[in-house]
Structure formats: structure tokens, C-alpha cells
Ligand binder design. Sequence first.
Ligand code: CA
Length: 420
Amino acid sequence: MRIRVILSLALAAAAFAQQGRRVDDNVLKNAPKTGEEWLSYGLTPGETRYSPLKQIDASNISRLGLAWTYELGPGGGTQEATPIVWNNTIYGITTWSVVFAVDARTGKELWRWDPEVNQTTVRPKICCGVVNRGVAIYDGKIVAPTLDGRLFGLDAITGRPVWETRVAYAQDNYTITIAPRIAKGKAIVGVSGAEFPVRGFIAAYDVKTGKESWRFYTVPGDPSKPFENEAMRKAAATWDSAALKKYAGVGGTVWDAIAYDPDLDLVYFGTGNAGPWPADLHGGGEGKDLLYVDSIVAVDANTGAYKWHYQTVPGDEWDYDSVAHLMLADVVIKGQPRKVIMQANKNGFYYVIDRTNGKFISGQPYASITWAKGLNEETGRPIINKESYYSEKESAIINPGPGGAHNWSPMSFNPATGLV
Ligand code: CA
């Protein structure tokens, strides 16, 4: 009898270990303190990506060797995903959105799940590469976007789908390449596709059910229809209304950066270029700001309601997506503690913005820049070099090019040295 009791206790302990600890808001917020797991795309809600682990350092890195390999399978584009590490398991996603779970100690595949994206029909609709940047984990589920516009909640232990939801349709030129981020039990994703006429947006889904909780469009839609909110009404005034009517969407896609401040309860994201690129077509250029393209935008995490925006490139026609990694940090500037958001923008400037209100703090060039002569010291608005505007009749040579001075690849912030 006694033996049986001990045995059942041991089985219960084994089952608990297999389940891992529950990932909730508090765990996500405090995950970086130990660094033993990597529970979100940017490690912390503020995406600082600095691991406190110290076992591997300058004295022993030369002794690192290969422990195991795992074949991701057929690709499509470049592998850009950041894996999630939870419960001794590495979770990842391939370029064609196949999700996998691998034992971190042995490399043994625990499960593999293929959403069966129809590559033949979807490929011509992909504006900018066959790529997925990652999955999210919350409350026992892996949240996985698919390139063709679906979002899945998978059981983290078995890999079986618990729910499926539709974010956007590939036939409308939308794709999803961004890694979902979690804020208050919601998985937040944006869409890609602004080299086609699509209307950018970001949306939040309940991780328990997959039900859409809110959606924020980044650019106005057809002005003959009612605006979704006051932010869209204001944005429409900065566009040529004929262009808004003409295209299915004028860009501003959210395809890489999202960060979350649990204390301020704000979700931050970067928006992409205006579409189509040339001012001749989208009616932008001088005098038209084209909100909210090429911007850092803050919305309420609970409702998706607009809070503030900071536009890096008004009237863009150079593909200066403002989507690069958004990093949150608390730093001291001129003797004052500041809550900031930082971005090494495609446009060549390194921005530091007050994340409580969107006010410009500084913007320094970190690459060769010819499209702007500098930034207004007070507002950060660029002083655009008029020679960088182009048209059907006149070309222009500018720096940086459309690839950007920096693109999607993430940064890291060491709080001890204050270095990025
Ligand atoms: Ca772009």
C-alpha cells in the first residue's frame, strides 16, 4: 500500500514537470530576471533581449561545441524567427509557417504541425519574402501566425490546434510575417504587404478563444465611408482623398516591431511605408504627411484606442518603414529618469522618444543620410532634402536605400552598461 502511494506521488510530480509552469502576465513580465527561459519574442515585454545568463562568457566560449542539430525542413525565404524556450522545449516556426517543438536537451522532435499554406496560390501574393518571425506562448498555448493570414492557438504539449482565426486574406495581398506579442491575455499581430495596395492594421486576439478583441487601422480607408475612429478622421486630412478612394489600402503595415509596457498599459508598434511608393501615385510628398505611415504608434492595450504617434518620415516616398525593433528602457537623460522607446530606423536616424507621451527626445544619424538635412531639435521632424523627391519625370539618388540603414534584425540593451 505504502509503495503505491509513493509511486502515484512520483507520477504526479512527473506530470507537473512535463506541463511546465503556467505562462501568465506576471511570468512574462518577470521572465528576464532568471533568463532560464525565453518566453517572448524580445525576452521582455519591452523587448530588451539582454539575457542575464552568465555560464557562457569570454573565458569559456572557445569550448562551445555542437550538441545536436535539427533539420527545419524545406524553406522559402530566410529563417528569421526567434525561438521560444519553455519547459525544456524549443518552439520555432519555419518560413512556410510549420511550427515545431524540440527537446532542448536532446534535439528530439516532440511535435511538428503544418498549417498547409497553399504555396502555389499564396506565393504570388507575398509582397516581401517567405518568412515568419516567430511564435508566442501563453497559458499553455503556442500562438502561431501563418503566412496566408491565419492565426492558430496550439496546445504547447501536444501541438494540436485549439482554435483557428482569420486575421486577413492572402488573396487581398495580405500576409503575416510578424511574431505575435502578448499583452494581458491577448495575442497581438500586424500584417505585411504594403508593396501591394493593402491597408495596414494591428489586431489583438484572446489567447483562450482566438476571438478578435480589437483592431486598429494605421491608415484611413475609403473616405466616402465612415471613419472607424477619431484617429482615422485626423489621419485622412493628411492624405489626398482621391488616393484613399482609388486604392484598396495605402500601406502602413505592421510587420515587425511591437513592444508592451505593462505599467503604462500601452502597446507600441511601428508602421511601414506608404503604398504605392511614389508621391505621383499616392498624392503625398511635400505638404502631405500621410498619417500614420512610417510612425511609432501607441494604443491602449485593453481597447486598441489611439494614444499617441510619432511620425519619423512625413510624406514618405522612399520605403522608410518605421518597423524596426522598438526597445523600451528606463534611462537617465540629462540627470532626469526617462521612460523611453528607442529605434534604429531604416531612415538612418537612431530615435529616442518619451514613451509616456510620444515626445521627441533625440535622433542621431548612425549611417550616411542624404534624404534629410537633419531633424528639428524640438520636434524631431525631418528637414527633408528637396532633391530627394522623385517623380515619373525625375529620378533621385538617396541614402539609405529601400533596404534601410537597419531593418528587422533585433538589438539588445544591457541595463548595466546602458549600451545598445
Ligand atoms: Ca516597405
